[in-house]
Design a protein around this ligand. Structure first.
Ligand SMILES: *[C@@H]1O[C@H](CO)[C@@H](O)[C@H](O)[C@H]1NC(C)=O
Ligand SMILES: *[C@@H]1O[C@H](CO)[C@@H](O)[C@H](O)[C@H]1NC(C)=O
Ligand SMILES: *[C@@H]1O[C@H](CO)[C@@H](O)[C@H](O)[C@H]1NC(C)=O
Ligand SMILES: *[C@@H]1O[C@H](CO)[C@@H](O)[C@H](O)[C@H]1NC(C)=O
Length: 481
């Protein structure tokens, strides 16, 4: 289906009457501060123990990842890790990917072993992989043995983590913290540095480690404090720095553009510190609400809008890749897909992937202080190729739905086209049968196969100006000529 702009305007007339206008001038060339984009900034993180299940026993996994590769030409980067990486022991004699026992199929194991085939399975993925290994158990020989297998078997290995969210080691009863007695940022940093050096020299590999991996907000825990303790030798074994982030809160708070912008701003000093080392900085594990998500927040369309805006704002800040976490199969409210159904957030990730695909630079056109967002994505020649318009006003599904007209200036070309990321309201859930679409596209429950009919809206650009009306709790990717 191809709707003309006139038809769309007609469809929207009742709400158009209530909307206001926001004006933005799109720079003709990427500003000097524009962030350089990774070829695939939108990544996926898999909980350590659940990774083999996702890759051997969840049909949608390959298709959902492939859909992004179709858009960008690059398989999305993945990371394997999480709390259970610090509960895992490498067993060279095991033929299984993972071995563990749980009382209930939706429990995460208290401990597990994994064999060398775990790394062979990770090696089959056509994109890059970060593998998270154990530091909490304080068994460095075991971790080095596992790291060697990862290095030997995985041509796609991007980096290795040495421990996950170490600030929780005392609370989690992890031996490394209990033995140390005091476990604070300096003791963790000293431990990270010794491990980086031991693992790096044992594997004789520079640029190997994804360091940091804290979850508590910087500056107490994070790259800035860690880097301040690292000498040049330690740094030479670091591939990049990472932080985790779970903003939480209500769905209206989560999807708020001003809220997303201020959340991303907390990483400024860490990013600046990483820049002094010449290493990349990523969000190594993130999602809407910690602990698998919250049922009234994470599976909602509002969380899809959060996903889209959050990864765009992160990329705009210079965060190279953002890995959205996927936990226990069958109990995961924030997951993009499961064994039987799709999650609304996948659509937000898809829209962001589409917006940044083929781009070399990104720069926010708005200041991050209102409900409305505009991003411009630029090509190699610094010419704007795509825009994202986001109206983060909350629409719960009852009452009149507001709208905002984005009046754009500075455009070249004769027409601009748009694809909408839309749903009946911010409360729509795909996993319970609601419909979310991007440019009319949908993804089938259980398989992630693309369906729906394409809807592209076209507007004339007159004197460098064009306008798009975006409903409350809706977004749009605009394609420029
Ligand atoms: C905003 O853009 C609209 C449409 O181009 C125009 O009518 C209006 O005058 C502009 N407002 C400001 C303050 O520039
Ligand atoms: C695959 O998932 C099904 C459904 O939960 C489960 O019964 C089965 O044991 C799983 N198989 C493997 C190999 O994990
Ligand atoms: C591993 O977990 C199982 C099940 O919870 C428990 O019975 C066992 O004692 C644990 N082993 C270790 C070494 O912690
Ligand atoms: C660098 O720091 C590590 C500990 O963090 C230390 O073991 C090593 O000796 C230091 N190297 C140099 C050359 O100072």
């Amino acid at each position: 289906m191809f709707l003309s702009f006139k038809q769309v305007v007609w469809l929207l007339l009742p709400v158009l009457a209530q909307g206001a206008t926001v004006n933005y001038t799109i720079p003709a060339s990427a500003p000097s501060g524009a962030a350089t984009l990774d070829p695939a900034p939108v990544g996926v993180s898999f909980e350590f123990f659940a990774f083999p299940s996702y890759f051997t026993n969840v049909t949608a996994t390959n298709q959902c990842l492939k859909n992004f590769e179709t858009v960008t030409g690059t398989w999305p980067p993945i990371r394997i890790g999480g709390t259970t990486q610090d509960r895992a022991k490498y067993d060279a004699s095991s033929s299984a990917y993972v071995v563990y026992t749980v009382a209930n199929p939706t429990d995460a194991p208290a401990n597990l072993t994994f064999g060398p085939s775990f790394m062979s399975l990770a090696a089959t993925y056509p994109g890059t992989v970060v593998v998270g290994l154990n530091r909490g158990k304080d068994d460095i020989a075991n971790t080095i043995a596992a790291a060697k297998v990862a290095k030997d078997r995985m041509k796609n290995l991007l980096a290795i983590e040495l421990g996950n969210e170490p600030e929780y080691y005392t609370k989690d009863g992890q031996p490394i913290a209990l033995k140390a007695g005091t476990w604070d940022p300096p003791t963790d940093a000293a431990s990270q540095n010794n491990w980086i050096l031991s693992v790096g020299t044992s594997l004789n590999s520079k640029n190997l480690i994804q360091a940091g991996n804290h979850n508590e907000a910087p500056p107490k825990w994070g790259a800035e404090e860690l880097i301040a303790t690292q000498n040049a030798t330690v740094k030479s074994y670091v591939h990049n720095y990472a932080h985790h982030n779970y903003p939480g809160g209500s769905v209206s708070g989560l999807m708020s553009h001003a809220g997303i912008s201020s959340n991303i701003n907390i990483f400024k000093a860490d990013l600046a510190a990483a820049a002094t080392t010449g290493k990349e900085y990523v969000l190594g594990e993130t999602n809407s609400v910690s602990g698998g998500g919250a049922k009234d927040v994470s599976p909602l369309f509002g969380a899809a809008l959060w996903t889209m805006d959050y990864v765009l704002r992160a990329s705009n800040a210079g965060i190279k890749r953002t890995y959205f976490h996927h936990g226990t199969v069958g109990l995961c409210y924030y997951c993009w897909w499961g064994r039987y159904s799709m999650g609304a957030p996948y659509y937000g990730a898809y829209a962001a992937t589409e917006a940044m695909a083929g781009g070399k630079y990104i720069s926010a056109v708005d200041a991050g202080t209102t409900s409305y967002a505009v991003y411009a994505v630029y090509d190699e020649a610094k010419k704007p190729i795509k825009l994202v318009l986001y109206n983060s006003d909350f629409y719960s599904g009852s009452g009149t739905r507001g709208s905002q007209t984005f009046a754009l200036d500075g455009l070249t070309g004769a027409t601009a086209t748009g694809r909408r990321l839309t749903a009946a309201s911010a409360s729509t859930r795909v996993d319970t049968g609601g419909v979310v679409s991007f440019g009319g596209k949908t993804f089938a429950q259980g398989t992630c196969v693309e369906g729906g009919s394409e809807v592209v809206e076209s507007v004339n650009v007159v004197g460098g100006k064009a306008s798009f009306t975006v409903l409350a709790s809706e977004a749009m990717v605009v394609y420029l000529q």
